[in-house]
Design a protein. Structure first.
Lengths: 109, 113
């Protein structure tokens, strides 16, 4: 079964500090990995996907197949980054989308 | 641009009652999903559909039923509601092509008392 693990439920950092959210996946093939974010009182929305190799709002994520990880990083956290972050994977295009347990990020001033 | 629309936004049910959570999307997406979000537990997949007439179970399907008679609609039926079904329910849709983004509804907060 597909499984996505986010070991940290809460990350609290000061503004300007680096932040890294860990994500490990279980699928041994070629997964599609995503990070979704849910800001307070807003819908869950896509932050970035591994196939795009993009940086969104200063966040980047690198797929490491050897470690089956897809950690999300930002060098300088901002207060507006405070939100719930979910790592997600599918096995193939449009297959069922499986989420991790989520990590709440709190950026303190 | 409506996207994914869920109704109702809030509902209180008594134990044993039934209800249908509605979900509609106007993006002509083939793939639709239902998730529940429990506090501190992340999103768990209840059911999903890869097209009209096709549905499949996710991680936590017990106590729920779905149907997909049209591309646009994917209702979730709760029969004999139980307190364990108190949760926030999210519907989502995607086109199903590579690296596709899933679009989410605003959620339905359900309390079973």
């Amino acid at each position: 079964a597909q499984r996505v693990t986010q070991p940290e439920k809460l990350l609290s950092v000061f503004k300007g500090a680096p932040v890294e959210l860990k994500c490990n996946y279980s699928y041994s093939g070629s997964p599609e990995l995503f990070w979704y974010v849910q800001y307070s009182r807003q819908r869950l929305q896509l932050l970035l996907r591994h196939i795009s190799r993009e940086s969104i709002k200063g966040f980047t994520a690198d797929l490491n197949k050897g470690e089956t990880s897809f950690h999300l990083k930002k060098p300088f956290a901002q207060e507006e980054d405070s939100a719930m972050y979910y790592c997600a994977q599918t096995k193939a295009a449009g297959n069922k989308l499986t989420f991790g347990g989520g990590t709440r990020v709190l950026v303190k001033p | 641009n409506a996207g994914v629309t869920q109704t109702p936004k809030f509902r209180i049910l008594k134990i044993g009652q039934s209800m249908t959570l509605q979900c509609a999307q106007d993006m002509n997406h083939n793939y639709m999903y239902w998730y529940r979000q429990d506090p501190g537990m992340g999103l768990k997949l209840i059911y999903y559909s890869v097209g009209a007439g096709i549905t499949d179970k996710g991680e936590v399907p017990n106590g729920y039923n779905v149907s997909r008679s049209t591309t646009e609609d994917f209702p979730l039926r709760l029969e004999l509601a139980a307190p364990s079904q108190t949760s926030v329910y999210f519907c989502a849709s995607s086109s199903g092509t590579g690296g596709t983004e899933a679009f989410f509804g605003q959620g339905t907060r359900l309390t079973v008392v």
